[in-house]
Design a protein around this ligand. Structure first.
Ligand SMILES: [Zn+2]
Length: 293
């Protein structure tokens, strides 16, 4: 349904944070308040149809997902089914990813299979720090096997996270799980599963660049930070060795695409590389253009 030629950009990283069907989760309130303080420009929690209109107005498409950390945090997720159904109603501008807490074991794998078969979800989001697992832990391997079997991408939060920042004990969120070097094992064990390392991976930027340079199926999304704070080495790799593997992502609603794109316009990315990052790399990765025989 997505007509890529009509689009100016594809945002690989947006969040479905508000459920229209579930009551507000009291357990999540402290975390939400802390997040608002950390991301000063946060725009609240728009609904999925509101997000779709925002992207449609700008002739952009977005990948959207919830984050399931129910086992680790005890906070309700926005249901994968709700996201997939609402995305299906906005399939001209939205691409559904799902999220399963790897601690859910076989039930999680079963849900993932159903989401692929029933809704055609196009990838999966993981947040190792919030889900409290090492991405190379065998615990998550049955999920990866299913994802790899369908040739779908898995997107992993990497680096420091704003979630829990400033709360006592960081809201019990541990940064160690989000070292991108842990994904090198996963990339070696699942060569057929594209992997997206989300965000400039502070304080492990060079680890992320190294893994993405070494493993052909590893990509980097540039979401979560205004481009004006990108370290020079990230810009250097985006312009050269990794120009076919860097992806525009905002982290909406935490950062708006408007702000991200305005700041991206000001950093020294080569003109011929800009369309690759903004759209073409995502088109290839997500197989959005029908194969011409
Ligand atoms: Zn995110």
């Amino acid at each position: 349904m997505i007509n890529v030629d009509q689009l100016v950009a594809i945002d690989i990283h947006t969040h479905a944070e508000k459920s229209c069907r579930m009551p507000t989760d009291d357990e999540a309130q402290a975390m939400e308040e802390a997040k608002k303080k950390y991301f000063k420009h946060a725009t609240g929690q728009p609904s999925i149809p509101e997000i779709a209109s925002y992207y449609r107005e700008r002739r952009m498409a977005c990948v959207i997902f919830p984050v399931d950390s129910e086992c680790a945090t005890g906070m309700h997720r926005v249901p994968n089914d709700e996201v997939a159904e609402l995305v299906a109603q906005n399939s001209d501008v939205m691409i559904p990813f799902a999220s399963i807490d790897p601690h859910k074991g076989k039930m999680g794998v079963r849900e993932a299979r159903r989401l692929i078969e029933e809704y055609g979800v196009k990838g999966f989001k993981f947040h190792p720090s919030i889900q409290a697992f090492y991405p190379n832990d065998r615990l998550a391997y049955p999920l990866y096997e299913l994802i790899a079997e369908h040739g779908l991408p898995a997107l992993f939060h990497t680096g420091q996270t704003g979630i829990g920042a400033g709360m006592p004990g960081g809201g019990n969120v541990r940064l160690k799980y989000s070292n991108p070097m842990l994904l090198d094992d996963v990339a070696a064990d699942f060569p057929d599963m594209p992997i997206i390392l989300a965000h400039p991976s502070f304080p492990w930027q060079e680890e992320a660049l190294s893994v993405a340079t070494h493993k052909p199926q590893v990509y980097i999304d540039l979401s979560g930070w205004s481009p004006k704070y990108f370290p020079p080495i990230l810009i250097q790799y985006a312009n050269t060795l990794l120009k076919h593997k860097m992806l525009f992502g905002s982290d909406f609603p935490l950062i708006t695409p408007d702000r991200w794109l305005a700041d991206f316009a000001k950093i020294p990315i080569k003109d011929e590389v800009r369309p690759l990052i903004l759209k073409e790399n995502a088109v290839r990765l997500l197989k959005l253009r029908p194969e011409t025989v």
